[in-house]
Design a protein around this ligand. Sequence first.
Ligand code: PLP
Length: 415
Amino acid sequence: MCHDDELPDSTGYNIEVTKPHDPARDGPFSRRLAWTVPENRLAAAEREVRASGRRVFDLTGSNPTAVGLPYPAAAIAAALADPAAVHYQPTPRGLPAARAAVASDYARRGAALAPDRVFLVASSSESYALLCKLFGNPGQALLVPEPSYPLFAYLARLESLEARPYRLLYDGHWHIDFATLDFTNVAAVVVVSPNNPTGSYLGRSDWRRLAELAAEAGVPVIADEVFADFPIAPARDAITAVAGCPTPALTFSLGGLSKACGLPQLKLGWIAASGPEALVEPALANLELVADTYLSVGTPVQLALPRLFEIGAGIRASIHERVLRNRQRLSERIGASSPCTLLPAEAGWSAILRIPETMSDETWALRLLRDASVLVQPGYFFDLRLGATLVVSLLVPPEDFDEGIARVLSAVESV
Ligand SMILES: Cc1ncc(COP(=O)(O)O)c(C=O)c1O
């Protein structure tokens, strides 16, 4: 919670998107960039603390290649060294063998998908960009869940769209607040399942209702499933693969090597289309035109993809093990009488801690950094509205995680 006298100096999205365009101030740059991104107080404090030479226990790291996990470097390099990569075959949808490998990977998660429903892209962020180009007209809205991942405002704005939030409600589980879904002048509706940072899957009844509303409004659904491979404790009605669910709406499931195989540096993601045949076919044909304009996926990574999925299974297992270990330790460390609560999570790489509302979560994060050298993210970064909350990454190396959490709990418990 933010008290009036200590409002954070930016919104959760950390972006001011309503600023009218002013050529005198904004210069020659596109209106899409007419946003202000003030350095938030936490980033400024982090700079100061690091400059002082103090060690910081960083509980925010989300780059799997930078948290001390074992990576089979030689095997990855060998997979990328196929001499066939000297030939360029421009294919807007992606090379057929690579698309077949993605379809097989969906089958591993129980979703039957034909390879011709798969499009390869450079990343999930690029998937959003291509789909916004495919469906959006300038000024339209992209419906996005809140709380969620804070990049949507930027992704939408760069496509001349506006991110329009709909709320997720928490009552021990996360649900869509359907009263906040406004389908007026909408390009597409985004669901993130599992969501980041709430770790919540879309439940079956929410999915049915959302897909029906979207189909009625003629609005496509973008289902971001990048964390689907990291279950923690899925609820019984959780949808663990939107791609495999019957849907009356034109639906695009997003995934990528970045999370599923812990390989963000290889820049390969995918879009899997489903829904009524009469909508899917023309959508794919038009998406092909958009993708053909960029042809952004490199040949070596496409040729390597079947092998990368094999190698990635091991990396995924070590990420999953790390996440489960840290979460388990966190839950053990928080005693029954602690004023700190660990919110349940069904999946993902993050944990949410609810802490006493004696000050705003931003002030908590600043104090933890300055007084205890621990870096955490305040819940307002994600538009969590559950009193004071902190978000920690479960990817952090175990020793740093344990020490960082001990410091957070000691600060919170001494209030
Ligand atoms: C929910 C969600 N979707 C997409 C992405 C971006 O994924 P990619 O690296 O494939 O662009 C992230 C990154 O953290 C994310 O949290």
